[in-house]
Design a protein around this ligand. Structure first.
Ligand SMILES: Nc1nc2c(ncn2[C@@H]2O[C@H](COP(=O)(O)OP(=O)(O)OP(=O)(O)O)[C@@H](O)[C@H]2O)c(=O)[nH]1
Ligand SMILES: [Ca+2]
Length: 486
């Protein structure tokens, strides 16, 4: 008896086609933990499994904020630094299909909080890393290391993220010709990152080739274009450490950067337990001081200016503290605390003249604390709320006095949190680099987003399916309806 060909069964055909779609649209994942000074965040990224290194293909799938403070705060009980990560890692397990766990790379990068801890107590920092590593190794992912990022890396990877997500890195390919005129230095966007303990500025400038102050240069070749990036990370100039710098000194008690009516008793130790300010600790017997708000924007600006040193510069030009900075060039994306703060203050629109922005901030700083509290206390944690006047003034002073933006160039800054649903920050650039996802040479085909890629593959698979069915139908043995002539 002739066996029926199983390939002729419609169920088999449908399963095969679904299988083909599943294989072609397989997704690869990567996990990066951003162990910042104030807190840790876990990001899951996803991209199509086929090894086609087009730009704009990696997307953020999931973000988990670790509860509690940053890992550098667990010096007394390092194992708790590891434990703090467990719930987000469990979330990661749920968000990535189980069969993909062993091949999902897992990275942890620590930034300024751990840099400060290393300066202060290097064995304590080793203990924290050990604890964190132990936890990460306990999960089924492909652990790739937990390490301290250099300030330069943090700045450079933030720049890569912003430009990658903005599709500014590839060359445009049209009809076989590659157009480079709109890419490279001219279209690259600078990156401004304001953390809790450090702040980074990174941009390309036609006037910087790395010869002056080579420590500030990061060079790479991406998609066939050479970039020499200027980058600098100012340790102690993140907004939490800058607040300590501004507080420390004889004027600490009446603080113009806090609202009138703000009145809190604080421990000296809490302010001075950081290498950024430890040498400025006043010789006072008392353990506490009363932090009073003055609510005066102009005076606050003066206090903040005093934390920047403009007295010496051994280069052709400097930002502050004797650090070289070439002339600013192009657009800038300002993220992390730049966004949190300016978004709260409703000041993210940089087309508004700088004078108006300052006036609005001045009005906000002059608002009595009781009024601010009554209005926002249900929505915003009090700690954040108390600091927005300081933080807003710090941001404007850092930009205008520190980095030399002017009222004309202020509009070249855009406050951003996300680009195409992915958070702006160093983590994506870090993973792209470590997984070799950005090739040195340009790909030939123009990039597709993941969604467009899946749509194209699905449409093609359906089309193939229809053609397949039609072919089968034409080959299928049919009943002969014609009367048989005997
Ligand atoms: N208002 C507000 N502030 C936030 C929020 N998230 C974080 N911050 C604060 O903004 C500052 C910067 O936060 P991050 O960018 O996460 O800093 P970080 O990565 O912990 O610190 P670094 O290691 O210096 O980069 C810190 O002072 C945080 O406490 C938020 O959602 N709202
Ligand atoms: Ca950060």
């Amino acid at each position: 008896m002739k066996e029926k060909n199983p390939w002729h069964r419609p169920v088999t055909i449908i399963i095969t086609v679904i299988g083909v779609i599943a294989i072609v649209t397989l997704v690869t994942y990567g996990i990066v933990l951003d162990a910042g000074s104030s807190h840790t965040s876990l990001y899951i990224y996803q991209w199509p499994a086929e090894k086609d290194n087009n730009t704009g293909r990696v997307e953020q799938k999931h973000h988990c904020q670790v509860a509690g403070k940053g890992i550098s705060s667990y010096t007394a009980t390092p194992y708790k630094a590891g434990e703090s990560l467990i719930s987000c890692l469990k979330e990661a397990k749920e968000n990535i299909p189980q069969k993909m766990h062993p091949e999902t790379p897992l990275y942890l990068g620590a930034t300024a909080g751990m840099r400060l801890l290393k300066l202060e107590n290097s064995s304590a920092s080793d203990e924290v890393f050990k604890a964190v590593e132990k936890t990460l190794r306990g999960f089924p992912f492909s652990y790739q290391g937990a390490r301290l990022l250099a300030g330069q890396e943090e700045g450079a990877f933030g720049w890569v993220t912003v430009n990658y997500l903005d599709d500014r890195l590839t060359q445009v390919s049209m009809g076989g010709f590659k157009y480079t005129s709109v890419h490279g230095n001219e279209s690259a966007k600078g990156a401004l990152d304001l953390g809790g303990a450090s702040t980074q500025i990174s941009f390309v400038s036609d006037e910087y080739n790395g010869s002056e102050s080579p420590d500030n240069a990061v060079s790479f070749r991406l998609y066939g274009y050479d970039y020499t990036l200027y980058t600098h990370s100012f340790l102690c100039y993140g907004k939490d450490q800058a607040l300590r710098l501004a507080l420390s000194g004889p004027t600490a008690i009446m603080d113009p950067c806090f609202h009138k009516g703000y009145n809190e008793t604080k421990h000296y130790a809490a302010v001075y337990d950081s290498p950024c300010v430890s040498d400025q600790k006043p010789q006072i017997v008392s353990e506490t001081f009363i932090h009073l708000g003055g609510g005066n924007f102009t005076q606050c600006q003066e206090v903040i200016k005093s934390v920047f040193n403009f007295t010496s510069c051994r280069y052709s030009r400097c930002s502050f503290n004797g650090i070289f900075q070439p002339p600013l060039q192009g657009q800038f994306g300002a993220f992390s605390a730049y966004f949190f703060v300016m978004n709260f203050l409703n000041l993210t629109d940089t087309s508004v003249p700088l004078k108006t922005v300052m006036q609005k901030l001045s009005d906000y700083c002059a608002t009595p604390w009781t009024q601010v509290c009554a209005y926002f206390k249900h929505d915003i944690p009090l700690k954040y709320l108390a600091e927005y006047c300081f933080s807003g003034t710090y941001i404007l002073t850092l930009m205008m006095e520190g980095y030399n933006f002017t009222s004309e160039t202020y509009s070249s800054i855009k406050y951003i949190q996300k680009i195409k649903n992915s958070d702006a920050g160093w983590t994506l650039g870090y993973m792209l680099n470590l997984t070799n996802m950005i090739p040195a040479e340009a790909p030939d085909s123009p990039p597709l987003t993941y969604t467009s890629y899946v749509s194209v593959v699905t449409v093609m698979a359906i089309l193939l399916f229809v053609i397949f069915i039609l072919i089968l139908y034409s080959l299928w043995p049919k009943c002969n309806t014609e009367p048989k002539i005997i």
